[in-house]
Design a protein around this ligand. Structure first.
Ligand SMILES: C[S@@+](CC[C@H](N)C(=O)[O-])C[C@H]1O[C@@H](n2cnc3c(N)ncnc32)[C@H](O)[C@@H]1O
Length: 111
């Protein structure tokens, strides 16, 4: 398939469906649950499987840096945007102060 190599894991259906599903779950209470789960964290965090970056706005103020890994390209792009928004402090509470969203595999970083 054009543009697809062994190093570019794509799950395009999941990548398109997951953000809407995550927003619906957040509205149903997942967002509060995320904050509850992350409340005790501080320092540097490695988030494996960041999806569209829904957790970035939920990190408590003690979290100084988040390094996030997301292999699905569409979700990774959304996560990069979410990280930038969280860095700009658009989310009132918590949010990452600095971060990077990287592919799970070398050579596919997305800033
Ligand atoms: C259920 S989503 C959770 C997303 C996010 N952490 C959240 O709470 O909304 C799991 C994510 O893990 C990613 N993933 C799957 N296999 C992975 C792997 N081997 N390494 C890193 N991430 C992976 C998927 O692409 C997906 O975006």
């Amino acid at each position: 398939m054009a543009g697809k190599t062994a190093n570019t894991p794509r799950r395009p259906v999941f990548g398109r469906v997951y953000p809407a599903m995550a927003r619906a779950l957040d509205r149903a209470g997942m967002s509060a649950r995320r904050r509850e789960l992350l409340a005790g964290l501080s320092g540097h965090v490695l988030e494996v499987g960041a999806g569209d970056g829904a957790t970035f706005a939920c990190y408590p103020p003690g979290v100084e840096r988040v390094l996030a890994i997301e292999p699905e390209p569409r979700l990774r792009a959304l996560a990069a945007a979410a990280a930038a928004a969280a860095r700009r402090g658009r989310h009132g509470r918590g949010g990452v102060r600095a971060g990077a969203v990287l592919s799970a595999r070398a050579g596919h970083g997305a800033g």
